[in-house]
Design a protein around this ligand. Structure first.
Ligand SMILES: [Zn+2]
Length: 220
């Protein structure tokens, strides 16, 4: 019998007479886990990382596995919520330090040229999902997303990518501009800063998009 597993079943108000085991294993990556069961026992296998995590969050994980095994619908305990929050924040944290090499090179060029190399490197990620968005900056995870339309861009067109990178980095730079609790996106100071890239940059981007037949694409 295992205390955590027993508490998990109890919290779900399930009377389960099989023996319950929890094993920590080095075979899993990160925070993975699974459950195996037969008529005599239910065995929960958790990655070793879980050992140092709060009991309630572990119980939430075990309950999530039980809910899956028993196909229970609409069962949600406070521990399951804690577990889900834990995983959500974890993925945010795990996303830290993601740099696509092409974007990193672009960031380095822009950082040297416009920020004296002083800007802190955000996460730099290609966003394949972005719909008609050239790029965006996510404050909460400090991530610049750049559309995959800029992937493998030829050398002579790198300026276009750099311009989009610059625009998104300005969002990072201006991210302290909060008015009435909302971020001010394209303020006048933002636009003034943006023009420092070159008076013709915006037109060049528009032409490039037109050439690629990407008329609807916009900055975020
Ligand atoms: Zn923008």
């Amino acid at each position: 019998m295992n205390i955590l597993a027993d508490r998990a079943f109890k919290g779900l108000e399930i009377d389960d007479h099989r023996s319950h085991l929890v094993k920590y294993s080095g075979h899993f990556k990160g925070y993975n886990a699974n459950a195996k069961y037969n008529s005599d026992k239910v065995e929960f296998n958790l990655s070793r990382e879980w050992k140092r995590i709060d009991d309630d969050i572990q119980i939430g994980l075990i309950q999530s596995l039980i809910v899956k095994i028993l196909k229970l619908k609409r069962k949600k305990t406070s521990q399951m919520e804690m577990y889900e929050n834990f995983m959500k924040n974890l993925s945010k944290y795990a996303k830290k330090h993601e740099f696509e090499p092409e974007l990193e090179e672009s960031f380095n060029r822009v950082n040297e040229r416009f920020f004296n190399g002083l800007m802190d490197k955000p996460n730099l990620v290609f966003a394949s999902e972005s719909f008609h968005k050239l790029g965006s900056y996510d404050y909460s995870s400090d991530t610049v997303y750049i559309s995959t339309i800029f992937q493998n861009i030829p050398d002579e067109e790198l300026k276009i990518l750099d311009y989009v990178m610059y625009h998104e980095l300005l969002h990072k730079k201006h991210s302290f501009n909060v008015k009435n609790g909302r971020h001010q996106s394209h303020t006048k100071t933002f636009r003034d800063d943006e023009r420092k890239f070159g008076e013709t940059a915006e037109q060049e981007l528009t032409n490039w998009l037109r050439k690629k037949k990407l008329r609807k694409w916009k900055f975020w």
